[in-house]
Design a protein around this ligand. Structure first.
Ligand code: MG
Length: 401
């Protein structure tokens, strides 16, 4: 072996490779042990490791991905890809990290809030059953065109400071023969569901009904989390039961996007590609992530949001509540959110979000003087766009009492 760390055949020693790649020899040995970066040659006699200079780029990439926090198995896959595919894989990984971090941040915030306020007695919200002004919109299969029920609720009292005003609406649209969407707004629950398959209408109705007891007796953040987990499980079971015994139950099911209101907090239950948006400080944010093929392609960087709108498989869901044995694993996402006075929430099926231009949707949500006007204006936009799909939407305003 020559001085300066050169080895026969253009290979370099681990010491020289460490200098070239600005990594320690210890780190390189560790990468070898983990299978992340194998030396080009290991001397069978003395076990010395030798590297090819061409491996410097890979070594640096491994080091950076370790700093990003990517799991070892994923790093192994990324370094084997060409640069374009590696970039897409890193982008997809990071999108997932941000989603998970956001969910953990929300949970941490609520636990801090819950533990800080533990000594404060929280009054219970009034019972839904006494309200009588809930808005339940579902015009069901076989009914004619036209508006479903739209109603406006009063305020659900919570901690004595905040309440919600709400409206729900569902329409069949101009193309579909029946309406399989469902929408509900009540003092404790806001929900939309988009049924599919032969028993889609039964599935969407069952999912909404299963959520109705969700906020009963909820007094704090921990209670709300437990109630949401239970509600998510109950909705899964209810949909499975609703379509069981019907033809091809595994092909019938529903999306579900729902919010449970407890007086200052909103618990979000979400599965599929119906959406929840939040209008706050004049900006409209989408607060749900579609469980759809096109969304996963956007996350992976192989499709733009614009291209997704016209993708032939844009309606394909990766997760939904459905019948059949294979659906036991599909569980809605559960999140907690802190409500603020002035917040406006929109829940809608893809018959609105995938049909109406995003700018038009935002302007309509901002301009409406109340939930009732908002749901009517939004449904009108979908109708103006040809009404190709069923529409379900719920709008709720958080107000100071
Ligand atoms: Mg739809």
């Amino acid at each position: 072996m020559e001085r300066g760390g050169r080895a026969a055949g253009g290979l370099v020693t681990i010491g020289e490779f460490a200098r070239l790649s600005r990594l320690s020899a210890k780190a390189l040995r560790r990468y070898d042990e983990l299978g992340l970066l194998r030396p080009a040659l290991v001397d069978p006699g003395n076990g010395y490791r030798y590297y090819d200079r061409a491996q410097v780029e890979t070594a640096r990439l491994v080091a950076w991905l370790r700093r990003v926090g990517m799991p070892l198995s994923r790093i192994t896959a990324v370094v084997a890809l060409d640069p374009g595919a590696a970039a897409a894989e890193i982008r997809a990984y990071w999108a997932r990290v941000e989603t998970e971090t956001a969910a953990r941040r929300d949970l941490a915030t609520f636990l801090i809030d819950h533990l800080t306020a533990e000594e404060v007695a929280m009054p219970r919200t009034p019972d839904d059953a006494r309200g009588g002004n809930d808005s339940y919109a579902h015009d069901g299969p076989g009914r004619g065109a036209g508006a479903g029920t739209a109603g406006r609720g009063g305020a659900g009292a919570g901690l004595g400071t905040l309440g919600i005003r709400y409206a729900a609406l569902t329409e069949r649209g101009s193309v579909r023969e029946s309406n399989q969407d469902a929408a509900y707004a009540g003092a404790r629950l806001l929900a939309v569901a988009d049924g599919f398959g032969e028993s889609g209408a039964e599935a969407s109705a069952a999912a909404l009904d299963a959520l109705k007891p969700a906020a009963q007796g909820v007094v704090g953040a921990a209670d709300l989390l437990n109630a949401l987990e239970d509600a998510a499980d109950r909705a899964s079971r209810a949909v499975r039961d609703a379509v069981a015994g019907r033809p091809a139950p595994e092909e019938s099911g529903t999306t579900l996007t729902a919010m449970v209101w407890t007086g200052s907090r909103l618990g979000l239950v979400h599965i599929g590609d119906s959406r929840a948006y939040l209008l706050r400080d004049g900006e409209l944010f989408r607060i749900t992530h579609d469980h759809s093929l096109v969304q996963s392609m956007i996350d992976d960087g192989v499709l733009t949001a614009e291209e997704a709108r016209s993708h032939p498989q844009r309606a394909l869901l990766l997760k939904a509540l459905a019948g059949g044995a294979g659906t036991v694993r599909t569980r809605p996402d559960v999140r907690l959110r802190e409500a603020r006075p002035g917040d406006r929430y929109l829940l809608c099926s893809d018959g609105l979000s995938a049909v109406v231009d995003e700018g038009d949707l935002r302007r309509a949500v901002i301009a409406a003087d109340g939930p009732d006007t908002a749901v009517r204006d939004l449904a009108a936009l979908a109708a103006d766009a040809g009404g190709p799909d069923n529409v379900a939407c719920v709008v709720a305003d958080v107000v100071a009492l």
